[in-house]
Design a protein around this ligand. Structure first.
Ligand SMILES: Nc1nc2c(ncn2[C@@H]2O[C@H](COP(=O)(O)OP(=O)(O)OP(=O)(O)O)[C@@H](O)[C@H]2O)c(=O)[nH]1
Ligand SMILES: [Mg+2]
Length: 246
């Protein structure tokens, strides 16, 4: 009798966090990542993991805390930008420096429980997806103005680029390394999420989606929830649009 094989994964996961002035979150976030990822390794769902902190020229204690955490644990790595370059720049650094075979990108204020990583990995395997992109079941926690903006933005991206994704800017995306090796991202700002999905789809990669509970920020400063971010995103979208529609 041959027992059904209990397979052990040979994937290494990099989870990376773009961060700017997150001194109130960074420790909690790194600890949450360890707790979830260590268990996934223990249970054979992952071969190894890396926690990558991309400090985008923070002016508070974030860089010092991040360096301390990295010194304490070989799973943690930090990259500093010498000046603040924007969310897209942080995400590009995360994607190009990740050593994993699969890469998860999420926000430092943990908008979704990192335990969702297990489900995302499983879905990626079962459905043969290259990107697993999460959407919020209920996003009302971000306030009504932003709900309206998110809705309009998702609709605009769908109309302009034919991308059918429910929550384009939600920061919980698991990507196969092959995607990141194949495509080159240009955005330095928050258009990066849309650009990633559009270019991946155009290159023939499979994107699937799943819903998660959303936890709005409870600590630290909200830096991207401003009208200047919206203006920048639309400007970036316009300047990249002919390249993306080619
Ligand atoms: N690389 C980079 N990351 C940033 C910058 N500003 C914010 N971030 C990070 O981007 C992620 C999202 O920022 P948030 O301030 O949470 O933006 P948000 O989720 O739209 O808004 P709130 O959750 O309401 O604060 C977090 O991990 C931030 O640390 C920046 O200038 N550069
Ligand atoms: Mg946030």
């Amino acid at each position: 009798v041959v027992l059904p094989n209990v397979t052990t994964s040979n994937e290494k996961l990099t989870v990376f966090f773009p961060m700017w002035n997150e001194e109130q979150m960074v420790e909690t976030t790194v600890e949450a990542a360890h707790t979830v990822l260590r268990r996934l390794v223990d249970e054979g769902e992952l071969a190894d993991y890396e926690v990558l902190l991309v400090d985008d020229g923070s002016t508070d204690r974030t860089p010092a805390i991040a360096d301390e955490l990295a010194a304490l644990d070989p799973h943690v790595r930090v990259i500093h930008h010498d000046r603040n370059r924007g969310l897209g720049a942080g995400i590009k650094t995360g994607f190009t420096s990740a050593t994993g075979t699969v890469v998860l990108y999420t926000d430092t204020d943990l908008p979704a429980d990192l335990a969702e990583t297990r489900k995302a990995l499983r879905l990626m395997g079962i459905y043969g997806a290259d990107i697993v992109s999460a959407y919020r079941h209920d996003r009302t926690g971000e306030g009504s103005k932003r709900v309206v903006f998110s809705f309009a933005y998702n609709w605009l991206v769908r109309l302009a680029f034919g991308l059918r994704v429910r929550d384009v800017n939600f920061a919980f995306k698991l990507c196969r390394r092959e995607v990141l090796e194949k495509i080159t991202l240009a955005s330095e700002g928050s258009f990066i999420d849309a650009e990633l999905l559009i270019r991946a789809k155009q290159a023939g990669f499979e994107i699937i989606q799943f819903g998660v509970d959303y936890f709005p920020r409870t600590r630290g400063e909200s830096t991207l929830a401003s009208s200047s971010t919206i203006v920048k995103i639309l400007r970036e979208m316009r300047s990249l649009s002919s390249d993306l529609r080619r």
